[in-house]
Design a protein around this ligand. Sequence first.
Ligand code: DGL
Length: 274
Amino acid sequence: MDARPIGMFDSGVGGLTVLHECLVTLPHEDFVYFGDSHPDRFPYGPKPAGVIARFAHEVAAHLAALDVKLIVVACNAATASALPGLQREFAVPLIGVITPEAHAAVQATRTRRVGVMATEATVASGRYPQAVHLLDAGIEVAQVACPLLVPLIQSGDVHGEELHDAARAYAAELKDADVDTVILGCTHYPLIRPMLQRIFGRGVTLITSAEEIAREAADTVARRGVSNEPGREGTYRFMCTGDPGAFREVAGRFLQLPLTEVERVDPAALAVAA
Ligand code: DGL
């Protein structure tokens, strides 16, 4: 029995799509969610890999200092830019996204044409084509960087025309590439999944990471013998580097969970502590 919480982070509210699945799969575990939402830091996607790796290191160090038993990197840009480095640096186990979606996409495609929608950093890393080709080198992978989506989703206005137009324009590139499966390669994107499914139509399978990563988190704590007591009700704690009020409002709405308290972490202190 291990009462330590599971830590999880993203640049903002996107990782909540992963937290949601983890709360469903592991209701007896405690969670600490960290959103690196300060305007000097969010979004990660347009930043160079080295900057994202530094931010991810600082956040992981903060979570490790809270004595978490597992860190879930609930951000594709951070996974693509930083996960191997973090795993080398920290003693606490770390798991990330990308590999589970690649696996699911390889299983789902019938035409062996797979699309990827992701941030610029994730597209530039080439991690999705690599992960898909490790499993099936014959699959064609078309990637499209979608820089407008994350800031618009994070603002909470998911009904606006600007977001809809941007999503349609990005999707058009993948429709032209004639893919039958699209990986939503950013944890923010499942928050607009109904819109994307409508744009692509029923013939295209959308792949997300949340359920797979929740399963991996469950396996990891079980195999390491660090599960919390079954049957108890887990707790959750939220922290962010940006405006806690804005985070509470948007996160509560997306997660459909009342967030009583969101702690603010000073990004300058975060950098010094790491
Ligand atoms: N949710 C992050 C991801 O999965 C968004 C990155 C960003 O901040 O641009 O990539």
